[in-house]
Design a protein around this ligand. Structure first.
Ligand SMILES: [Zn+2]
Length: 130
């Protein structure tokens, strides 16, 4: 079962989608699951680093999650800085869709974030009506 630890998020993602689909879980469970899946895609999912090298190409080293760079110190900082500085978002965006795997990870993160918002709205609505 070596390496399974890196892939639990995909399983959680499938469970999350299934839970929405079947209405099997309450809003709190959906929210917790959504946040876990979001964190997985942002900080743990296997993707390319995608920091910009000196020759303006994208770094293809393996890294963990969309927000973190590879083991190069400079790339870690660059990724974090790029996330908070608006005029670098075009380049961030390039990295987010660098290959089908990165694209799916990005989509997964977006879906999980929307799911977290929807679950929050549901639980707020539930409290208002009860
Ligand atoms: Zn890198």
């Amino acid at each position: 079962m070596k390496g399974l630890g890196r892939y639990w998020g995909y399983l959680a993602f499938i469970i999350l989608i299934t839970a929405w689909w079947t209405h099997a879980a309450g809003p709190v469970v959906l929210l917790v699951l959504s946040l876990l899946v979001t964190a997985f895609f942002l900080f743990q999912a296997p993707v390319w680093c995608c920091a910009i090298n000196r020759d303006r190409s994208l770094c293809r080293n393996n890294s963990s999650g969309l927000l973190l760079g590879c083991s190069k110190r400079q790339h870690k900082w660059q990724k974090l800085r790029m996330t908070v500085v608006p005029h670098t978002w075009r380049q961030v965006n390039r990295g987010l869709w660098a290959s089908p795997r990165e694209g799916l990870t990005t989509l997964g993160a977006l879906v999980a974030m929307i799911s977290a918002l929807a679950a929050t709205a549901m639980s707020v609505a539930g409290q208002v009506s009860s």
